[in-house]
Design a protein around this ligand. Structure first.
Ligand code: CA2
Length: 153
């Protein structure tokens, strides 16, 4: 059966610090795709799911907080790889809790197989779920999970 009656969704994909360097350094940990390539794959996956994906990256915590605030009323859900701010930022966690938009946390690497300081996420308790360790597939699986969640509420 065609899904032609599905409500179109708008999803914000947020990328945190240093993720603009993807594809240029450390391909062994983070893969060889650039952020632009990941964003294009997210758009394509979104198209299949009838969801429009808007991507944004910043190295600045306050800009990410402002972007999360601005998401309220504009997007139905947030897909976030907060990078190193995952492990440090109460401000990002509070912003996600404040806008109360369903949020999925993703990581390219498996943060639990890495240094101890990466094992704790401030985002996880305010996210509906977390996907970690599958490279670019973490983003695509996260988007699928977020859209499925939004269509089920
Ligand atoms: O695995 C992930 O997706 C991380 O969120 C990536 C963060 C790291 O701090 C988290 O613990 C796990 C780091 C992103 C840095 O990205 C780079 C990309 C290319 C070259 C250097 C860094």
């Amino acid at each position: 059966m065609l899904n032609s009656t599905l409500q179109p969704l708008s999803i914000l994909a947020l990328h945190g610090p240093n993720l603009n360097l993807l594809g240029q350094r450390e391909p062994g940990i983070y893969g060889s795709l650039t952020l632009a390539e990941i964003n294009r794959l997210l758009e394509e996956e979104g198209f299949k799911l009838q969801a429009k994906v808007f991507s944004m990256q910043s190295n600045h915590e306050g800009i990410l907080v402002d972007t999360i605030h601005g998401a309220f009323g504009q997007y139905q859900g947030i897909l976030i790889n907060a990078g190193a701010y995952t492990h440090t930022s109460v401000a990002l966690r509070d912003a996600i809790a404040a806008v109360n938009l369903p949020t999925v946390e993703v990581h390219l690497s498996n943060i639990y197989r890495r240094e101890d300081f990466r094992h704790h996420s401030y985002i996880a308790p305010v996210a509906i779920g977390q996907i970690s360790g599958f490279g670019v597939q973490s983003y695509l699986l996260g988007l699928q999970a977020l859209v499925n969640h939004l269509r089920s509420i």
